[in-house]
Design a protein around this ligand. Structure first.
Ligand code: ADP
Ligand code: MG
Length: 690
């Protein structure tokens, strides 16, 4: 593809489809599309995962065993062994010779023409004087062609796309189309922030002349990403004079009665967030609030208060949970709270009988409160006047889902709850559209869960302790390992086996709970466990969220090193919910340093925020949020933790722009306006999707 452009190519613009490019046929265009790439402009945004430094060519005679190096030499022999499907290419320079080995590489054998030069990068293997490289990155140079050295981009691949192909494609495409992409930042802003122009930034992000240029270009592009979100959020938060928000009644009879009916008083943390929420509920502006609170901090009570404020004002309230099991559990909890107050609670999951009646009641407005799974956002679910939407364990849902539930009413107030602690700055970008409330502290009397790490050989000790606890009337969870492969199936099998084994223990009543059981059975087992008809519940990670049985004081997590830190914390949060001391055993022979550190962190810390910080150190922010790339954040290059400074600068710039031109109507901002519209369409700030 090193030929000059054809007439046809010359006329192409960044907005054209990549299929117009020679060499991009059906298969490749499909692969690209699976990565979200349709136009040349999209292609420009396929950022390299990293760069490989090929600026130094090492003479063959100086290669060391085990090093990664780039070499250049003449091809003097290329032999393809058709039987073994191995291609051996011999290359030499003035100092020595080397053999490059490619397995199953029929498709490249013709490229290695004897007498041509080649540049190879890869790992060197040296045995005496015999030097080899297995599957190196390569460029074959036609006579007169120059090698492409320096910082070479390594792209993310999909399906059958080859690194070589992408590199060559980008080498042609990037310099040609990047200059045609207009720069949305006004010059004055660019100068003020000391940022390069966008075209250059794009080129350097792919093909940096050196590392400082790459960092400079990254800064510019990260600034853009932040500015886009910041502007969208600001625009969205502008008071919309037409927004017919609803006024709830957080001071009504039901709210009062409910608080009085509780066997405990609210914790200071709960009181604080309730005050913040009350303010939103009293105002006509729609609430969009994220409620963070560690596992067991008592978010459900806050949800009930919020829903009752709607009922007191004559509206309906919906509570959405991520799994059927959790929805069931919460339904139970809510019914216990609300039935005594004379408020009935409907229940909707995908497949229940009786759902039709509930649906009718919601449509007619004869029932005010509903709990359910995602079934709540199905098209055929309608509300008479939905006033409050609560979303539990929000990290399990996408932005779109939460927007969809809101659409069932006209600007209902929305409370999304999560136990995943996110540093405030991060929350503001990730959930840019949400105000954040945090429940600080746990209900009184909670004793820290003693956490003990045991190796497999010490495992008996854990079960000894469980046995003692059961004898005293306590209950226990045993959580089964995640095994590779088809996760759920293997986990289920492990759970079944383990439960079978435990049923043989004299005096133990053992129940089994896993995701593949019919809902009815799950509920039955859960009920039995709650009523103390079972001593030990062997379960998969299905119990991770929401299960609330205060009499359970023991937990054994098998193969604990296979779980992530957040998950371990959630699991452990199932015990220590009553006033008795609780113990969590982590059974693991940790094989990696990371796994060992995770277990240590669990032993040392109780606090979710602290654990999240540790997790952050161990894994980086993308993983923590569970939204690496193309995710909800809308960031490709930005790392909201690392780039905090840029984030703040972009926010300030956004505020300044919006102050000058609240609707981005001036010509100077018309490209920014376009950006924002795109961001909103992608659903970055969810409220606009109302
Ligand atoms: P989470 O925030 O993890 O959803 P829950 O709402 O399930 O926590 O509450 C955990 C447990 O704490 C429940 O058993 C609940 O009844 C109890 N609880 C909630 N608020 C209080 C309080 N103020 N005082 C004592 N116990 C409380
Ligand atoms: Mg909860």
């Amino acid at each position: 593809m090193a030929k000059g452009p054809t007439e046809q190519e010359l006329e192409l613009g960044p907005g054209d489809l990549v299929t117009k490019w020679p060499g991009i046929g059906y298969t490749r265009s499909q692969e690209l599309e699976s990565m979200g790439i349709r136009t040349f402009e999209d292609l420009l945004g396929l950022w390299p995962r990293r760069h490989e430094d090929r600026s130094v060519i090492t003479p063959l005679g100086m290669l060391q065993d085990g090093e990664t190096a780039t070499i250049q030499g003449e091809i003097y022999n290329a032999h393809y062994d058709a039987g073994k499907k191995i291609l051996r290419v011999q290359i030499m320079d003035r100092s020595a010779a080397l053999t490059a080995i490619f397995f199953h590489a029929t498709w490249i054998r013709r490229q290695f023409r004897e007498g041509y030069h080649a540049v190879l990068s890869g790992k060197v293997e040296k045995r005496w004087t015999k030097i080899t490289m297995a599957h190196p990155e390569f460029q074959v140079l036609a006579p007169g062609e120059h090698p492409y050295l320096g910082l070479v981009p390594i792209y993310p691949l999909s399906g059958s796309l080859k690194q070589n192909f992408l590199q060559r494609l980008m080498k042609d495409v990037v310099p040609r189309f990047a200059p045609q992409v207009p720069d949305p930042l006004p010059q004055a802003l660019r100068e003020q922030e000391g940022l390069s122009n966008r075209a250059m930034a794009i080129v350097h992000q792919h093909f940096p002349p050196d590392l400082p240029s790459r960092e400079a270009s990254r800064k510019r592009l990260v600034f853009d990403e932040f500015l886009r979100v910041a502007l969208s959020v600001l625009i969205m938060h502008q008071a919309d004079p037409n927004a017919p928000g609803m006024i709830q009644n957080p001071d009504g009879v039901l709210v009062k009665k409910f608080v009085e009916s509780l066997p405990y008083s609210l914790t200071p943390g709960q009181i604080h967030v309730w005050k913040e929420i009350q303010k939103d509920l009293r105002s006509a502006n729609p609430m969009a609030r994220l409620l963070q609170g560690d596992v067991g901090s008592g978010k459900t009570v806050i949800a009930v208060l919020t829903m009752l404020a709607a009922v007191d004002a004559g509206f309906q309230a919906a509570f959405m949970a991520p799994t059927e099991l959790l929805a069931e559990q919460q339904w139970l909890v809510l019914r216990n709270f609300l039935t005594p107050l004379g408020v009935e609670v409907a229940f909707l999951t995908g497949r229940d009988r009786g759902a039709d009646e509930y649906r009718a009641a919601l449509k007619e407005g004869t029932m005010a409160v509903v709990v359910g799974t995602q079934a709540l956002i199905a098209d055929h679910v309608e509300f008479k006047r939905l006033g409050v939407v609560v979303i539990d364990e929000q990290h399990r849902f996408g932005v779109k889902q939460r927007a969809k539930l809101s659409q069932k009413g006209e600007y209902p107030d929305m409370l999304v709850m999560t136990a995943t602690p996110i540093p405030r700055t991060l929350a503001l970008t990730v959930y840019g559209d949400l105000e954040v409330s945090r429940i600080v502290g746990l209900p009184p009397g909670r004793k820290p869960v003693e956490t003990i790490h045991l190796t497999h050989r010490e495992r008996r000790f854990a079960y000894q302790k469980v046995m003692n606890a059961v004898k005293q009337g306590d209950q226990a969870y045993v959580v089964c390992p995640l095994v590779g492969g088809d996760e759920e199936d293997t986990q289920v099998k492990a759970a079944v086996d383990l439960a079978e084994g435990m049923k043989k223990v004299p005096g133990w009543r053992v129940g089994l709970l896993h995701g593949k059981m019919p809902t009815k059975e799950k509920t039955l087992v859960m009920d039995q466990f709650r009523r103390k008809e079972l001593d030990v519940l062997v379960a998969t990670t299905i119990i991770e969220v929401g299960v609330d049985v205060p009499n359970a004081t023991m937990m054994v997590i098998e193969e604990a090193d296979r779980f992530g830190l957040a998950q371990l914390h959630q699991l452990r949060g199932r015990i220590g919910r009553g006033d008795k001391a609780a113990t969590c055993f982590l059974i693991a022979d940790a094989k990696t340093d990371q796994a060992r550190e995770r277990l240590e962190a669990m032993v040392r810390y109780q606090d979710g925020l602290k654990l999240a910080e540790e997790d952050l150190k161990l894994r980086g922010p993308g993983e923590i949020l569970g939204m690496r790339q193309h995710g909800v954040t809308g960031f490709q290059l930005a790392n909201p933790l690392k780039d905090l400074d840029l984030l703040q600068r972009a926010r300030a710039a956004a505020r300044e722009i919006i102050q000058k031109d609240p609707r981005l109507m001036s010509k100077e901002y018309h490209l920014l306006r376009h950006w924002v519209r795109e961001a909103l369409e992608e659903g970055i700030p969810a409220k606009v999707l109302h």
